[in-house]
Design a protein around this ligand. Structure first.
Ligand code: UDP
Ligand code: MG
Length: 360
């Protein structure tokens, strides 16, 4: 990447985001977020091309592939640029640094030039063969959001399963509509669902939540994720907890409501406890056993108050982020290979197959 052709393009937040795909060629944009996925990318690309060609033959559906390199450090970008276009439109968007998967998905969504959009992970865990099934539900059953969910979590650690359960309980507490448990990012959005998602103005994005919030016709498909092809998952426990806090605060005010409920419950208990002490002192003349109960009371209340200040702080932090209005990502480079200029199976590195546009 030379400095000359590297342009930083902020996400134009002011424009009507629904405009991007309006009038776009009908078909399907397949968005693949990539962070250090050099190992399995070529294999995944070959499979996606097969699927795209099948969809074209069976359903006359034009597919476009969008690879979003989220600041990888392992040569993913170079490999993505050299992928053969094989008669498809292929976009390679490289972000200026690692912004996280949600930002990478947004970059893909906003650059998609076909009507429908499909998100699929770049690590081979989401089986490309299922794309035809998802497309089938969209075209035949008229579903707008066809999402996949992990059939079972038996192989995951107990801690992770407990955290996941707690996360969904909290985020769905009093929420409407509920975010389906275990739903993944492997999903297909019809043109109108994709447009709806483009119009969500928030910066702290949580796609699983947003795509259930928009409504329309939703369809769930259970599947068994494959093991990672290469590399390792970037979600260690710390990142997972961070993502959960982001997800919950982006989506629900349940923790704030929890403070109200907890505070009320404690106050009620305190009132009854106080009444009991007064009663025992007046009727039985019992001396008030002071120190231990006082100490426990102060500790519990102090702890609860600190936690709740932290919770309120999380929301204030999110408000600050939204109010600053920074772009969600910057595009450093944007390569587009168009089908008309692409030669089937020709390697793209040397050939002038595509136009390298300076971001958008
Ligand atoms: N990913 C990304 N940016 C990140 C982390 C991950 O674009 O900061 C991509 C990653 O390359 C993969 C997908 O998001 O295609 C899912 O990541 P991962 O496999 O680490 O998550 P898991 O499957 O464990 O949920
Ligand atoms: Mg994965």
């Amino acid at each position: 990447m030379s400095a000359a052709n590297t342009t930083l393009t902020p996400l134009p937040r002011g424009r009507n985001l629904s405009g991007g795909a309006q009038g776009a060629a009908p078909g399907l944009s397949i968005v693949v977020p990539l962070y250090n996925e050099a190992g399995g990318l070529e294999r995944l690309h070959a499979r996606l091309i097969e699927v795209a060609q099948k969809l074209k033959a069976a359903r006359a559906l034009n597919c476009e592939l969008i690879y979003v390199d989220d600041g990888s450090r392992d040569g993913t970008l170079a490999i993505a640029r050299d992928l053969p276009a094989a008669g498809l439109d292929v976009q390679v968007i490289s972000l200026s640094r690692n912004f996280g998967k949600e930002a990478a998905l947004l970059a893909g969504l906003e650059h998609a030039r076909r009507g429908a959009v499909l998100f699929i992970d770049g690590d081979g865990q989401h089986p490309p063969d299922m794309i035809e099934t998802l497309v089938g539900h969209w075209l035949d059953a008229d579903c707008d959001v066809v999402y996949t969910a992990k059939a079972n979590r038996a192989h995951e650690s107990l801690v992770r399963r407990i955290l996941v359960k707690g996360f969904y309980t909290l985020i769905n507490w009093g929420a409407r509509p509920k975010i389906p448990e275990d739903a993944g990012d492997f999903r297909l959005l019809s043109p109108r669902a994709a447009n709806a998602l483009r119009q969500m103005p928030e910066r702290n994005r949580f796609f699983k939540g947003l795509s259930s919030w928009i409504g329309f016709r939703q369809m769930r498909i259970d599947y068994e994720p494959a093991p990672r092809v290469d590399g390792r998952s970037t979600w260690n426990l710390r990142r997972l907890i961070g993502l959960s806090i982001d997800g919950v605060t982006a989506f629900s005010v349940a923790p704030l409501r929890l403070a109200t409920v907890l505070g009320t419950a404690l106050a009620v208990v305190a009132i009854f406890y106080g009444l009991q002490i007064i009663y025992e002192t007046l009727v039985y003349g019992t001396k008030v056993p002071g120190y231990p109960s006082l100490f426990v009371g102060v500790m519990v209340l102090g702890g609860v108050q600190l936690i709740m200040i932290g919770v309120v702080g999380e929301y204030i932090g999110k408000i600050l982020e939204e109010i600053k209005g920074r772009p969600v990502y910057f595009v450093a480079e944007h390569d587009v290979k168009l089908a008309e200029t692409a030669q089937p199976d020709a390697p793209s590195a040397a050939a002038p197959l595509g136009t390298r546009t300076a971001a958008e």
